[in-house]
Ligand binder design. Structure first.
Ligand code: NAP
Ligand code: F7E
Length: 359
């Protein structure tokens, strides 16, 4: 039996871990690229490590800034598909580390594309492009024809990688596709993205482990989907008859404030908002306890106010549509973090770092 071979960069991240599970379930040989860390960074994929259960799962050391190594790995593995999910993926952090963000996110894609161009076997390449490329949006909702207007080093790095991918497709005939994915979340979301910060924060608050949740811009509007649904779209993009660009989104929008309310409902809080701007507070009407405050350290130099995707093309050509609703997503994440907080309560110490999130 011949397996398809896939390389996944960013396998230790949220999407990489779900995509690895999906490809393994389809009988792929999966080669995950892991960067060296001084402490283990494989928590999201540790369950795949046992080679007895998953004899088709392999890990290799690689950093997206190291072109020679990526080239060597591609020559050695001779993959059918490469999924470039690795990135410095935090928009807020990208303002602090703009050069590094460009190096990893833009040059990383170029390193893959150059390596593929120099191979003599066919490889399909997927680039993890982002709705952040639309930035301060020039039309709503955003689809594959909406012009980009990025507002952060992260957004800019992704625009560069997007056009490199397109250029290698049109100029060099590489099968290279962009998935323009809108925000997608899960219990495996990084702790300093707003949804996970809210689900873990409110779970800890419920158990008395944290007095307050401090957030930045409560008015930001996002189109939030579920990561597990979105890796299915990623796979379909790569299987499509030709390489192309696809928006992947739910089309539904909510504010950060509404995400707080949805998670609050799961915990039985009845949140009302009082005050405005920096003085706005979220109060649990049942207990009169202030549970959310605004802290300007979480504001960004440039903000992206609203993102709303139009995924009609993905639906029509790939037969993809999201399965998980906004309130289901909030509940899935809230339930998972309540279990984590209960573990912390029993242990009497945090399971994940309680350090105040810088962003
Ligand atoms: P994530 O959880 O932050 O994962 C990022 C992955 O990239 C991690 O495995 C990380 O490794 C790896 N990485 C970072 N720097 C690297 C480097 N220099 N060399 C090699 N690997 C490196 O991100 P995600 O949410 O799964 O997103 C996956 C991809 O989709 C990213 O490219 C992101 O920009 C893009 N995207 C995400 C969303 C979203 O809403 N989630 C939307 C649109 C696009 P460590 O584990 O060692 O840190
Ligand atoms: O912020 C606001 C913040 O950091 C969402 C990445 O996966 O999606 C993600 O980027 C919104 C922003 O995600 C806090 O200002 C308020 O308006 O969860 P986030 P993001 O910036 O949208 C895109 C599509 C990607 O491609 C990225 O890789 O929430 N916000 N208060 C906050 N954000 C954070 N992080 N922390 C707060 O306290």
């Amino acid at each position: 039996m011949s397996f398809k071979k896939a390389i996944i960069s960013g396998i230790t991240g949220q999407d990489g871990s779900y995509l690895a599970e999906l490809l393994l379930s389809k009988g792929y040989e999966v080669y995950g690229l892991q960067r060296r860390a001084s402490l283990p960074n494989t928590e999201r994929i540790d369950h795949l490590y046992s080679n007895v259960e998953h004899p088709n799962f392999f890990m290799m050391y690689a950093d997206l800034t190291d072109a020679d190594n990526l080239n060597r790995i591609i020559q050695k593995v001779q993959p059918n598909e490469i999924y470039n999910l690795g990135a410095q993926s935090h928009v807020g952090v990208s303002f602090d580390v703009p050069e590094y963000t460009m190096n990893v996110n833009a040059m990383g894609a170029l390193h893959f594309l150059e390596a593929i161009r120099n191979q003599n076997f066919p490889v399909r390449f997927y680039q993890a492009s982002s709705s952040e490329m639309f930035g301060k949006v020039l039309a709503t909702p955003q689809n594959e024809t909406t012009p980009f207007n990025p507002q952060s080093p992260y957004g800019l790095s992704k625009v560069c990688a997007f056009y490199l991918t397109k250029m290698y497709r049109t100029g060099f005939g590489v099968f290279a596709s962009n998935g323009i994915l809108f925000n997608h979340e899960s219990p495996r979301r990084g702790l300093n993205f707003v949804t996970r910060k809210i689900t873990l924060g409110l779970a800890r608050l419920k158990l008395g482990l944290q007095p307050l949740l401090r957030l930045g811009n409560l008015n930001a509007v996002r189109d939030w989907g579920f990561s597990k649904d979105y890796v299915e779209a990623i796979w379909r993009i790569v299987q499509y008859e030709k390489s192309d660009d696809f928006v992947v989104a739910t089309g539904e929008t909510h504010t950060v404030r509404e995400f707080v309310e949805a998670v609050g409902r799961f915990h039985g809080f009845d949140i009302v908002w009082q005050g405005a701007g920096l003085d706005e507070k979220g109060i649990n009407r049942k207990t009169n306890q202030t549970i959310v405050e605004v802290d300007p350290i979480f504001f960004r130099p440039n903000e992206v106010d609203l993102l709303q995707g139009d995924a009609h093309k993905a639906k029509k050509l790939l037969g993809w549509q999201p399965k998980t609703t906004f309130s289901e997503l909030a509940s899935i994440m809230a339930e998972s973090d309540l279990a984590l907080a209960e573990q912390e309560f029993k242990l009497g110490k945090p399971v994940v770092s309680q350090r105040r999130f810088a962003v």
